[in-house]
Design a protein around this ligand. Structure first.
Ligand code: BV8
Length: 253
């Protein structure tokens, strides 16, 4: 059932009180914190081609162009004071208040969920605040600019440091843990994602095939996979996520 969101939210289905909740987030949850999404008008992929900055082939072809893309996004997080918004904060509250397990699987490479206080969290597409050595796989925190002149602190090789981010054509991180979580959750909530990038976009179909979870979409507008969700509420995340979490927590009392 879809509806524009009233303040007092009526949930279609309540998960079991100790139920496991899995939440998938995308760039839309960070939009009201000041970070661009990818596919909205004026989004990141309207300014640069993903084939030029977000594939291993692009990095092999022109590493400095790829470094410039991620240096710009890291600098944005340093300079523009990007803070968690009420949607991130509501999910952190859900993790502490909900009697069962809550896991956030984020496609985002920003660290706004951590900054909001979420700890049960995995970045399936990596994070731009870490670097990985192409030669020895050593992974380190990295908040400044990166270039081909950087040397790996573990193996000493130069030129191999890359953003610890999953590019198109690369395998997302922690897929085994994700598979188990999707098959064993009671409530799956998808927030702020257009449903265009796989395998994340296929999670709801996988649950509908072999999981038992009730599936909910919270988004600004219907995603490409909207028809797969049993329940959906549309509006800005900073408004609909706190309202949904408030109703969920009220049901768990
Ligand atoms: C892989 C890191 C094999 C980089 C990113 C079928 C099956 C498997 C793979 C494929 C397949 N078909 C195609 C593929 C290949 C490819 C793919 O999906 N291509 C697409 C373009 C068709 N997938 C891959 O290559 C993946 N790897 O498949 O390996 C494999 C498969 C399974 C198991 C093992 C191995 C790797 C994909 C990862 C690529 N890296 N990010 C970086 O960030 O710089 S993807 C990139 O897109 C970001 O991570 C981003 O998070 C992600 C998804 O985008 P969204 O988050 O959804 O953002 P978008 O702008 O699209 O949408 C924003 C939404 O928010 C909109 O709906 C909007 O309405 C909403 N919104 C806006 N404002 C608000 C809001 N909502 C609420 N409130 C608001 N205020």
């Amino acid at each position: 059932m879809t509806e524009s969101l009233p303040d007092a939210l009526m949930l279609d289905v309540l998960p079991p009180r100790e139920g496991r909740i899995v939440i998938l987030t995308g760039a839309g949850i960070s939009k009201e914190s000041g970070l661009d999404t990818f596919r909205d008008a004026g989004g990141i992929w309207s300014k640069v081609r993903l084939e030029d900055v977000a594939t291993p082939q692009a990095f092999a072809r022109d590493p400095e162009k790829v470094h410039a893309f991620y240096n710009m996004r890291r600098a944005l997080n340093r300079t523009r004071k990007i803070n968690p918004n009420p949607a991130h904060l509501a999910l952190a509250e859900l993790e502490t208040q909900w009697p069962g397990e809550v896991l956030i699987i984020t496609q985002n490479v920003d660290t706004l969920h951590e900054q909001a206080g979420s700890t049960s969290l995995l970045h399936m597409h990596g994070v731009h605040s870490k670097a990985r050595c192409n030669a020895c796989e050593n992974t380190v925190d990295w908040t400044g600019d990166m270039s081909v002149r950087d040397v790996c602190g573990a193996c000493g090789k130069a030129g191999g440091m890359r953003p610890h981010v999953v590019w198109f054509g690369e395998t997302p991180l922690e897929m085994d843990r994700i598979g188990w979580a999707l098959s064993n959750c009671d409530l799956f909530i998808s927030i702020g994602t257009s449903g265009n990038v796989y395998p994340a976009a296929g999670f709801v179909a996988a649950i509908r095939r072999n999981g038992r979870a009730h599936t909910v979409e919270l988004n600004l507008e219907p995603s490409a996979g909207a028809s797969m969700f049993e329940e959906s509420h549309y509006g800005p995340a900073s408004r609909i996520v706190p309202a949904y979490v408030k109703a969920l927590l009220a049901s768990s009392l």
